[in-house]
Design a protein around this ligand. Structure first.
Ligand code: BEZ
Length: 255
């Protein structure tokens, strides 16, 4: 994703690391995809298409899909799957009443100016078009954030400006949607404990690097060790398996 004053601290993505540590993200997309219910011939925008694994499933339903992402590496990976993917910033989409639906999975929590994003999405939709999204909602990875912040503060490092995400309540996001001119069909906060295939350190390396930005390697490693120690009581089982405390916000709205 490109830097922007409205975007959280830069997080870089590499398709191989994402496939190894975060394949569950598209794999857990069945329900939001069912909510989108793409139809053959529809023109659909996938905002934050990543490596295109979930986008490909929309294409297979016969829709004409454009994927956008701010990571060139992810766009390249999506194009290698045959997706019509472009590198583009969600705040500056040039689309004007072009899409039957805008879809977005696991992306909008990275964009810290939700009003501007919603205005851009609304502009991209045809009259009557729908917006279907799932992203982190209020309380998402709360234990992980608290442990990271605690481990930083224990070493005298301020966590100010390091928390990279926007995790709204259903009421707050409904209000933003309605203010932006959407009609909300459904909006739900869904606790979804999520097993981590490569453990907590794989998850932190993949998603939480903004918390560790600028730290020397030794310090970074000790913050990660301390975070894992704090979390082990609540998020690791007796076999050593880790589960993250995910809470999703799932939304269907139309213009
Ligand atoms: C994600 O991008 O899927 C994600 C980011 C932060 C917390 C949880 C999930």
């Amino acid at each position: 994703m490109t830097d922007s004053s409205r975007q959280s601290t830069r997080q870089s993505w590499n398709p191989e690391g994402y496939a190894q540590h975060a394949r569950f993200v598209p794999e857990l997309g069945d329900e939001v995809l069912a909510l989108l219910a793409p139809k053959a011939g529809e023109r659909i925008l996938d905002l934050g298409c990543g490596d295109g694994v979930l986008t490909e499933r929309i294409v297979k339903r016969g829709a004409d899909v454009v994927g956008i992402d701010t990571s060139q590496e992810m766009v390249d990976a999506a194009q290698a799957r045959g997706i019509n993917a472009r590198m583009m910033d969600a705040y500056q989409m040039p689309f004007d009443r072009e899409f039957d639906a805008v879809f977005s999975n696991a992306t909008l929590h990275w964009l810290l100016d939700p009003q501007a994003v919603l205005a851009s999405i609304k502009r991209a939709l045809k009259p009557g078009g729908r917006f279907v999204t799932e992203f982190g909602g209020h309380g998402n990875v709360a234990a992980i954030c608290t442990a990271l912040i605690g481990a930083l503060q224990f070493r005298g490092i301020s966590a100010r400006g390091r928390h990279p995400w926007y995790f709204p309540t259903a009421d707050d996001y409904r209000h933003l949607l309605e203010t932006a001119g959407f009609k909300v069909d459904s909006i739900e906060l869904i606790p979804r404990p999520t097993p981590l295939p490569t453990g907590m350190s794989g998850w932190i390396d993949t998603f939480a690097t903004p918390f560790l930005h600028g730290l020397e390697e030794d310090l970074r490693n000790s913050v990660i060790d301390n975070t894992q120690m704090l979390l082990s009581h609540s998020l690791r089982d007796s076999q050593g398996n880790w589960t993250a405390d995910y809470v999703r916000l799932r939304v269907c709205a139309h213009v």
